[in-house]
Design a protein around this ligand. Structure first.
Ligand code: NAD
Length: 486
C-alpha cells in the first residue's frame, strides 16, 4: 500500500492555514502491528478558544453564501472523497485496523452523506402561518445554530464525524470537529484537506485532534452552540449534563447492546448468516453490533451449530497485508477488556462453542452458549467479536429479554411471519428494528438514532438533519403599524 510512513502532520488547526499548535506531539499507532506510523500535534483547550472565536466570525459570511454555492462545495467534497479513496481507505486500514470492504463501505456511506447534505441548502426553510390580526404575516423559518462542535469516536471515524459535519455546514453552521486521538488522520486531517480543496471558505471548518480535555473545552465553550456527540454512554451523559446546564443543544448517539431475536419459524440459514455479520463485522466494534442472540429454545441447538460453523470459518490477521475477515481490535486495552469479559462469563457458567482466544490485539470470532442475563457478556456492551446466545420460550419472554437492556439502539427479528415479527417490533424499546435482516443497518436517507441509554432521541440522516442542525425563528410582519391600548 502506497502511504507515507512517519510523516509529521502539522497541526492543521484552521482550514486553509495549517498552523503549528502548542499541544504535544502524539504517536499514531497501527493496531495490527503496534508500530508508530505517523505523528501529529494535539490541540489544546486554548486552540478550542481560538477556533471558536474564528468560527463565530466566519459564520457571518458563511450564512450569506448562496445556497447553490454551498451545494457546489459539498458536491465537490463528495467527488474528492471518491478520488482519494486509496489514500483514505489506506489510512482507515492502518490507523483503525479496518478490513478493505469495511473501509470501502465507510467511504461510500460518507460520500452519500456529502451528496445528501448538498441537497439540503435548497430545501424550503420555513412555513407561513395565518394570523387573526388583519394585515399580519407570520413567517416561521429555520435558521443556523451558529458553531456546532462535533465529537467523534474511532470505530467508523470518517462516517460518524462527517454525518454531522456535512449537514451542519449545509444548514449554514460553522463546525469544529474533534476526532478521537486513535483515528485523527483518516477521521480528521484527511477530511479537512477534502473540504479545503472543495473550496470551503477559511475559518468555517476546524479540526482539533485531542483527548477528553479538548472535547470538554469544546463542550464548555460559550461560542459553541450545539454539540453533536457520538461515543460511549458514560461520556455522553457527562456531555449532556454540561449542555443542559449551559442550555446548549446536544445530539447524543451512544452505546448499544443490540439483540437479534430468532423465532422458531425463522429461516436458520439466513438468521445465522445475519447473526455472524452482525456480531463479527469490524471485530464487533460497532454500536449496532449484535451483542445478544436471543433464540427460541426449540431451534437453539441448530442455530448455535450454524453460527459456530460460520464463526469458525472467519480468519483474522493484518488487513494491510492479507485478505482477512477480522482485523485487530483498536488496541491492547480493548482486546484485554474483551478477554476479561469472556473469562468472567465462563467462570459464571457460560460455554465457549468456538473461538475464545486472544492473540495480542487480535481476538477470535467467538460463539458463547449457556448464557444468562447476569453474565457480563450479556449485560455489557462488549465491543468485540463475541456472539452470546440465550434462549427463550415465548414471544413475551423474548420481548422482556430485549427490553432488559438499558440500551435501545437497534434490534433484528427473524420469523417466517412478518406480522408476528412486527408485533414484537412494536413492543420493544429500540430506535431501529430490522425484520429478517441484521442489526448493523445504516442508510443515509433514513433517520438514524437510539432510545434509552443509546441516545437522547436526536436523529441523523434524511429529513431529520434539517431539524437537527438548525433552530427556528418566528418573524411577523404587519402591513401597517397598529395602535395598542397603551
Ligand atoms: P468515548 O466516549 O470514549 O469517546 C468518544 C469521543 O469522545 C472521543 O473523541 C473522545 O476523545 C471524546 N471524549 C472522551 N471523553 C470526553 C469528555 N469528557 N468530554 C468530551 N469528549 C470526550 O467512546 P469510544 O470508546 O471512542 O467509542 C465507542 C463507543 O461509542 C461505544 O460505546 C459505541 O457504542 C459508541 N458508538 C455509538 C454510535 C452511535 O451512532 N450510536 C456509533 C459509534 C460508536
Amino acid at each position: 500500500m502506497d502511504m507515507p510512513v512517519n510523516p509529521v502532520w502539522q497541526q492543521h488547526l484552521f482550514l486553509g492555514s495549517w498552523q503549528s499548535g502548542k499541544g504535544e506531539q502524539v504517536d499514531v499507532m497501527e493496531p495490527a502491528t503496534g508500530d508508530v506510523i505517523s505523528q501529529l500535534k494535539a490541540a489544546t483547550p486554548a486552540d478550542v478558544d481560538r477556533a471558536a472565536t474564528i468560527a463565530n466570525e466566519a459564520q457571518k459570511q458563511w450564512i450569506a453564501v448562496p445556497f447553490d454555492q454551498k451545494a457546489e462545495i459539498l458536491r465537490k467534497a463528495a467527488t474528492l472523497l471518491k478520488e482519494r479513496a486509496d489514500e483514505i481507505n489506506g489510512w482507515n486500514t492502518r490507523e483503525c485496523g479496518s478490513i478493505g470492504p469495511k473501509a470501502d463501505w465507510e467511504l461510500q456511506a460518507t460520500y452519500e452523506q456529502a451528496q445528501m447534505a448538498a441537497a439540503l441548502p435548497m430545501q424550503p426553510s420555513g412555513e407561513i402561518f395565518p394570523s387573526n390580526m388583519p394585515g399580519k404575516r407570520n413567517y416561521w423559518k429555520r435558521v443556523p445554530i451558529g458553531t456546532v462542535g462535533v465529537i467523534a469516536p474511532w470505530n467508523f471515524p470518517i462516517l460518524l464525524a462527517m454525518r454531522s459535519v456535512f449537514p451542519a455546514l449545509a444548514m449554514g453552521n460553522c463546525v469544529i470537529l474533534k476526532p478521537d486521538p486513535k483515528s485523527s488522520i483518516c477521521g480528521g486531517v484527511l477530511m479537512a484537506q477534502v473540504l479545503e480543496d472543495a473550496g470551503l471558505p477559511k475559518g468555517v471548518f476546524h479540526v482539533l485532534p485531542g483527548g477528553p480535555e479538548v472535547g470538554q473545552a469544546l463542550v464548555e465553550h460559550s461560542l459553541v452552540k450545539m454539540i453533536s456527540f457520538t461515543g460511549s454512554t458514560a461520556v455522553g451523559k457527562k456531555i449532556g449534563e454540561t449542555c443542559g446546564r449551559m442550555l446548549k443543544k446536544a445530539a447524543l448517539e451512544l452505546g448499544g447492546n443490540n439483540a437479534q431475536v430468532v423465532l422458531e419459524d425463522a429461516n436458520l440459514d439466513i438468521a445465522s448468516s445475519c447473526g455472524a455479520w452482525g456480531s463479527f463485522l469490524h471485530q464487533g466494534q460497532i454500536c449496532m453490533q449484535t451483542g445478544r442472540h436471543l433464540v427460541h429454545c426449540s431451534v437453539a441447538d441448530e442455530y448455535i451449530e450454524r453460527l459456530a460453523t460460520r464463526a469458525g470459518n472467519l480468519a483474522y490477521g493484518n488487513p494491510a497485508q492479507e485478505q482477512v475477515h477480522l482485523g485487530p481490535l483498536i488496541n491492547e486495552v480493548q482486546a484485554k477488556r474483551v478477554e476479561d469479559i469472556v473469562n468472567r462469563s465462563v467462570e459464571m457458567g457460560a460455554r465457549i462453542v468456538v473461538g475464545g482466544k486472544r492473540n495480542g490485539n487480535y481476538y477470535e470470532a467467538t460463539v458463547i452458549a449457556d448464557v444468562t442475563p447476569d453474565m457480563p457478556v450479556f449485560s455489557e456492551e462488549v465491543f468485540g467479536p463475541i456472539a452470546p446466545v440465550m434462549t427463550f420460550d415465548s414471544d413475551e419472554s423474548a420481548c422482556a429479554l430485549v427490553n432488559e437492556s438499558p440500551y435501545g439502539l437497534a434490534a433484528a427479528i427473524h420469523s417466517g411471519s412478518t406480522e408476528r415479527a412486527l408485533k414484537i417490533a412494536n413492543r420493544i424499546q429500540v430506535g431501529m428494528v430490522h425484520i429478517n435482516d441484521q442489526t448493523v443497518n445504516n442508510e443515509f436517507q433514513v433517520p438514524f438514532g437510539g432510545m434509552g441509554s443509546s441516545g437522547n432521541s436526536g436523529r441523523f440522516g434524511g429529513p431529520a438533519n434539517i431539524e437537527e442542525f438548525t433552530t427556528s425563528q418566528w418573524v411577523s410582519v404587519m402591513e401597517e403599524g397598529i395602535q395598542y391600548p397603551f
